[in-house]
Ligand binder design. Structure first.
Ligand SMILES: NC(=O)c1ccc[n+]([C@@H]2O[C@H](COP(=O)([O-])OP(=O)(O)OC[C@H]3O[C@@H](n4cnc5c(N)ncnc54)[C@H](O)[C@@H]3O)[C@@H](O)[C@H]2O)c1
Ligand SMILES: O=C(O)C1=N[C@H](C(=O)O)CCC1
Length: 269
């Protein structure tokens, strides 16, 4: 029996789920303790490695999250908003670190995580990559240095299967821009322009979302003023960057005090 921390991957058949299964299994720093899918999914009962089209990994896909979480030290969860809220309560019951990559949570769903965070570690971020988390800091800094002559626009592009907009990353970047400006994103955000919108309002932070093909994730923060523009850009070309960040978070969370954390905490930014 190995003493490496056991990790459960939820949503194991998904784009991120499969990347996480490979990342954990090949890491040498953790072991894949379980793979969870929703009840009724074709993969439940199959070996996760074989279901992914490769060699058996000796881990059978289960639809019983609590039983799986109870056998592990951490849960890495890139699924869907309501599933992540439910998993937070179960992970807290099992005292497992819960790493949440799921995006698109409503304010109420985010608030619903708080009871679980009183008993266990939750690490949640709309983007787990090092590059984006550095870009968040740069965005805050540039926004603080510029006045409202610079219109701020966050432009994001993702694959055609993505269900939420703006992306979690775009919202992180928007929050950072708002913080730099000394305003709240709730008061400054301009989302979903269509039709006769009127001229752009000074001080607003705009969002645009592109969806197409297999784009992994691209984000620009545009600062546009009369006579000049600054563009801060991150381009993801491989989902492995998110999976590596999530595994790093799961290991970092071991032995931390219960509470809610983000990737800036994990990366020491
Ligand atoms: N934070 C980040 O760095 C980051 C990076 C990539 C994707 N994401 C987010 O991760 C989420 C998943 O993205 P994806 O592209 O892998 O989606 P996907 O649709 O390919 O995968 C989601 C998986 O979750 C499973 N699932 C849904 N409800 C479930 C439940 N109740 N129990 C068990 N499994 C359940 C689905 O069956 C599916 O296999 C999205 O919210 C996406 O925005 C975040
Ligand atoms: O593929 C996705 O979905 C992604 N979601 C995150 C977001 O919403 O920002 C991170 C990038 C990929």
């Amino acid at each position: 029996m190995t003493h490496l921390p056991g990790i459960v991957v939820t949503g194991a058949s998904g784009r991120m789920g499969q990347m996480l299964v490979r990342t954990v299994a090949q890491s040498g720093r953790a072991r894949l303790a379980a793979a969870v899918e929703r009840p009724g999914h074709d993969w439940v009962g199959a070996d996760i490695g074989e279901a992914m089209g490769g060699a058996a990994l000796g881990v059978t896909v289960t639809d019983d999250p609590l039983e799986a979480f109870a056998r592990a030290q951490a849960v890495i969860d890139f699924t869907a908003p309501q599933a992540s809220v439910e998993f937070a309560a179960l992970a807290a019951q099992a005292r497992a670190v819960h790493v949440i990559g799921t995006t698109g949570l409503s304010d109420d769903q985010i608030a619903a995580l708080e009871p679980a965070a009183r008993h266990a570690v939750i690490i949640r971020a709309g983007n787990m990559s090092l590059g984006v988390n550095l870009l968040v800091g740069l965005t805050r800094k540039v926004a603080a240095a510029l006045d409202a002559d610079f219109d701020i626009e966050v432009i994001e592009a993702h694959h055609n299967r993505k269900v939420d907009a703006p992306s979690g990353t775009a919202l992180m970047l928007g929050e950072a821009a708002a913080e730099g400006r000394g305003v709240t994103l709730a008061e400054a955000a301009d989302r979903g322009r269509d039709g006769i919108t009127g001229a752009r309002e000074r001080g607003h932070i705009g969002f645009s979302a592109i969806r197409g093909g297999d784009i992994v994730g691209e984000h620009d923060v545009l600062f546009a003023a009369p006579g000049e523009r600054i563009v801060l850009r991150h381009v993801a070309t491989d989902r492995a960057i998110f999976a590596r960040g999530a595994l790093r978070a799961a290991l970092w969370g071991q032995d931390r005090a219960p509470g809610q954390y983000d990737m800036a905490d994990v990366l020491g930014l």
